[in-house]
Design a protein around this ligand. Structure first.
Ligand code: AMP
Ligand code: MG
Length: 364
């Protein structure tokens, strides 16, 4: 049954993550019918090193999708570290030397990155780039475990305090030579915010997009029902542990299963703990954040993965602008109280256990 539903959903949206999923076959059929809707427009593109998929309902959908793609490319040309004359590449190239002029979006994304860094005690660290590179995660080169000496030399270059932003002059500087910014943990979330705003400004009231698995929902489905977004089983890409029934928000997941390599039989993933220089190892397989703020959802999904469950729950309890679903290495799927109200757990068949964490202490 589960497999049939997945097939129907993939037919509907051809999304790599399972979106718009229906619990009953009739509902899947309704979605298939909507596929014939003249206002339905879809686009797939490759940008920011990932596959992006858009589905929206609007009579001017084609033009709107072209505008959305242009916006993504504009942001990519500012933020990419593989584009030599991007503003972030220039900032990195001038580390330890001088300040670099920033356009509004680059200044904003850097400010958001620093702010999330401060909120999470630097579990989120956009200055982690030298260490990420030492592992080979941002280069085309071979991925490998760096020596302890390499990590010890690089860790002093990863403090976000050494990224100084001059808001009056719209300039930024990396104060130590060899520092570099990596927006891999926030750029897609920030872009999600911009795309959602653009689509809404153009009059879109129903749409769903995925920027490499970072989901943005505009309004509801055309029939007024919520969108259903699946949370992937980190141990099996063809399976999911449950569905989030959402409207008008972002759903962003980070997990060590998304990018990794193996050396001497041990797995090393791409989310680095800036305390150790090693891949974060706090007992989590994935963290999904649900929020109205895409940049925050992206930054926090990475940060909470680094922090581990206890600290992550503490941060959630002291915040009011996001909900989360955690999957732990010991087989638990844990939803925050708010998330539990729109999450249906379906991981029992795969031996996951379900828990809900309450705002005022306690686990259910
Ligand atoms: P995400 O997929 O959003 O969790 O982001 C992971 C990407 O963010 C990695 O591929 C790195 O480019 C970068 N990154 C790795 N560790 C961190 C960290 N502790 N803080 C911020 N960005 C990180
Ligand atoms: Mg992130």
């Amino acid at each position: 049954m589960k497999r049939k539903i997945i097939m129907a959903m993939l037919l509907c949206f051809t999304f790599s993550v399972v979106v718009g999923c229906a619990e009953k076959r009739e509902e899947a059929q309704n979605l298939l019918n909507k596929y014939a809707d003249a206002n339905l427009h879809e686009m797939t593109t490759f940008a920011m090193d990932t596959v992006m998929l858009f589905t929206l309902y609007h009579e001017d959908g084609e033009e709107i999708l072209t505008d959305a793609e242009q916006e993504i490319r504009r942001l990519e040309s500012l933020f990419s570290v593989t584009i030599e004359d991007s503003e972030i590449s220039k900032l990195n190239a001038h580390s330890g030397l001088d300040s670099v002029k920033l356009s509004g979006d680059t200044e904003e994304v850097l400010k958001r990155g620093k702010e999330i860094g401060e909120l999470t005690n630097q579990a989120f660290d956009i200055a982690i780039s030298p260490v990420v590179k030492a592992w080979g995660f941002t280069t085309d080169g071979e991925k490998h475990v760096p020596t302890q000496e390499t990590l010890e030399n690089l860790l002093p270059l990863t403090s976000i305090e050494d990224l100084v932003i001059d808001e009056n002059a719209s300039m930024a500087k990396l104060t130590k030579k060899g520092m570099a910014v990596d927006l891999g943990g926030i750029a897609k979330g920030y872009a999600s915010d911009k795309i959602a705003s653009l689509l809404k400004e153009k009059g879109v009231t129903s749409g769903l997009f995925s920027l490499g698995g970072n989901i943005g929902a505009i309004g509801t489905k055309p029939n007024g029902e919520n969108w259903n977004v699946a949370i992937e089983n980190p141990l099996n890409a063809n399976d999911y542990v449950g569905l989030l029934s959402i409207q008008d928000c972002f759903v962003i997941t980070s997990g060590g299963y998304q990018r990794y390599f193996e050396e001497n039989g041990k797995r090393y993933h791409h989310i680095i703990d800036s305390n150790t220089g090693y891949p974060a190892d706090k007992g989590l397989l994935s963290v999904t954040i649900i929020s109205k703020d895409g940049a925050k959802a992206d930054g926090l999904s990475t940060a909470l993965f680094v922090m581990g469950l206890d600290q992550a729950v503490q941060l959630w309890r002291s915040s009011n602008d996001f909900e989360a679903v955690f999957i732990t290495e010991d087989g638990r799927v844990i939803a925050t109280e708010g998330a539990a109200s729109f999450f249906s757990f379906e991981g029992r068949d795969n031996d996951f256990k379900y828990e809900i964490v309450k705002r005022r202490g306690g686990v259910q």
